[in-house]
Design a protein. Structure first.
Lengths: 255, 255
């Protein structure tokens, strides 16, 4: 664990931890974890992934329950501090760092502090989920576009501003949305999508506790009612017709 | 290279080869390649990736120059045949198999033939490109949605049907579009996007010959004029303002 001289800060790698399963990290990520002096990781990163960095200091920096903006500034500061005390700092982020990960704030804070930063991509949850569901996101004649988004519900007429771009794409993937199935159904119906639009809900993508349910847009609230604490994706589009047709009652198609 | 008995077909893994660099494969993909009897791979998969399967038979099944639909049926048939002759068959596909990869046709053909199939996700080019550009696809206050698509240009009024969903998202990523910059500019402008919208063009994401150019929607044709044979992504949205502002002339920001 060589400490960097205070005048020469270390380097920080923002590394994608993938969807959950430890063997879905990249070879590069595994090598960097094995060489890291310190690993600052999201709360959701699986213990099997952290085990790839047995000799490093492990620091959870998850935002669960904290005030988001204050806590992000605190994470940024901890990263800068870590680079002043260690040569090889890994910031391990769930999925891919560049998608819904607040990575830009961390990158900008590090560069502003004169610290070298590099990003290592990871498998985002949607690709782990699609692999396990054996259902491609795009398909000839059915889908040429995929939108990935996190809905934010506004006030009044702008309440469902998120739904118009979602409804325009062939395949819709909603991250961090397991608790919002009711307003999501409302928004997508208001944007003109039919209640019979095929949908799947994937919880704990790539992990042993993975659960894939199939159904229809109109059933989304029922499909998410039994979700646990794990991260869940809602995925909608014509490509899910075969899965929805097989289990139109929202029964699990894989567990 | 144990051959499966003709009555008991082998298993096929559809494996994502990632954006190019061999160490951006997942640990699982590397293990499966090391154990494979035969690897049927896209034309674009890098030789360094194929080197991870030194003892397997290597069969290129790229579609370059062929008639696409005929050739896809031929690929499906070769996969089924391979599973009848080998225990462990890897179908290695660029990026992630479930995004723009015609994976569903291969999965369905294999399942129809009674052959077990499993999918291993990979890093899609957009994540390799975003990592190297040090620019997140989403960003607080700027982008909450990302659309990934391949434009197909129709006739008459439907010529730019692809552009409406694209223009509705905060960040737009166009795959396999390096040769279509002129109609893409035309379509996105017709869909209401401003010519000053920041854009980057990324060629050979993650590879030594990677080139990242920044500019504006109005400059897209000029930005793509010097592209080589490598795969290129066009990425547009407010998140690229910092990159475009630094090099508004389309000059390379990284090479």
């Amino acid at each position: 664990m060589p400490a960097a001289a205070s005048s020469t800060p270390g380097k920080v790698w923002l590394v994608g931890a993938g969807p959950g399963a430890a063997d879905l990290l990249t070879l590069r990520a595994a090598r960097l974890l094995a060489q890291a002096d310190i690993v600052l990781h999201d709360a959701l990163v699986h213990p099997d992934v952290l085990a790839l960095a047995p000799q490093a200091i492990h620091v959870p920096v998850g935002k669960r329950g904290g005030r988001p903006s204050t806590t992000q500034r605190f994470i940024n500061k901890r990263l800068v501090d870590a680079a002043h005390r260690h040569a090889r700092v890994v910031r391990l982020k769930g999925g891919d760092p560049m998608l819904f990960g607040r990575a830009q704030e961390e990158i900008d804070a590090l560069r502003d502090a004169g610290i070298e930063v590099e990003v290592v991509p990871g498998i985002s949850a949607v690709f782990g989920a699609s692999a396990d569901a054996l259902q491609s996101l795009t398909q000839r004649g059915l889908s040429r576009s995929v939108i990935l988004l996190t809905p934010r519900f506004g006030e009044g007429e702008s309440r469902h501003d998120w739904a118009r771009p979602a409804a325009a794409a062939d395949t819709i993937v909603l991250y961090m949305a397991g608790r919002s199935a009711e307003p999501i159904r409302e928004g997508l119906l208001a944007a003109g999508l039919p209640p019979g639009l095929p949908a799947i809900v994937v919880e704990n993508a790539s992990l042993p506790g993975e659960r894939i349910q199939a159904g229809r847009l109109g059933d989304l609230p029922a499909m998410t009612r039994a979700l646990g604490d794990g991260p869940a994706l809602l995925m909608l589009g014509a490509v899910y017709e075969a899965l929805a047709g097989r289990r139109a009652d929202g029964e699990a198609v894989a567990a």
